[in-house]
Design a protein around this ligand. Structure first.
Ligand code: RP5
Length: 162
């Protein structure tokens, strides 16, 4: 897809309900993206090909989500200089702490900007990607400022009984 600057990749179809949160934020902000299943363990050649081509295709940010032994974000960061935002997907066995530790503890030289576990982390990954692109895109910067202001305005000053 020409002009796409954000790649959303995930280890499995089962990660999509989480990673969709990033996609929805990008939709709201009018940022074009592509979404792909790229597993570090099950499709390593696909991972390699995606990473090798990423910068040349014009991708400027990659959002990578995975759960459990979550090697995808780190392996992608090792393969491309395009900034990688990692999303630890929540797991049944260890609640996503396994994913978080797998993604966050990168050795010096190959950073992954790691978000919170689960849906909030995925949404924030979308916002982080938009923020990076907004550095070079004044219209997007305006939309992102408006999005943030609307969120702020939606927070009531006083709590109510529910
Ligand atoms: C990881 O294993 C994926 O990122 C996913 O979070 C987890 C489980 O995958 P499935 O067994 O649901 O396909 O590679």
């Amino acid at each position: 897809m020409a002009g796409v600057k954000v790649g959303i990749i995930m280890g499995s179809q089962s990660d999509w309900p989480t990673m969709k949160q990033a996609a929805e934020i990008l939709d709201e902000l009018g940022v074009a993206y592509e979404a792909r299943i790229v597993s570090a363990h099950r499709t390593p050649d696909r991972l390699w090909d995606y990473g090798r081509a990423a910068a040349g295709r014009g991708l400027q940010v990659i959002i990578a989500g995975a759960g459990g032994a979550a090697h995808l974000p780190g392996m992608m960061a090792s393969k491309t200089r395009v900034p990688v935002i990692g999303v630890p997907v929540q797991t049944r066995a260890l609640s996503g702490v396994d994913s978080l530790y797998s993604i966050v503890q990168m050795p010096k030289g190959y950073p992954v900007a790691t978000m919170a576990i689960g849906a909030a982390g995925a949404a924030n990954a979308g916002l982080m990607a938009a923020g990076i692109l907004a550095l070079q895109d004044a219209d997007l910067a305006e939309r992102l400022d408006a999005w943030r202001a609307a969120l702020s305005a939606s927070i009531p000053e006083e709590p109510v009984d529910e």
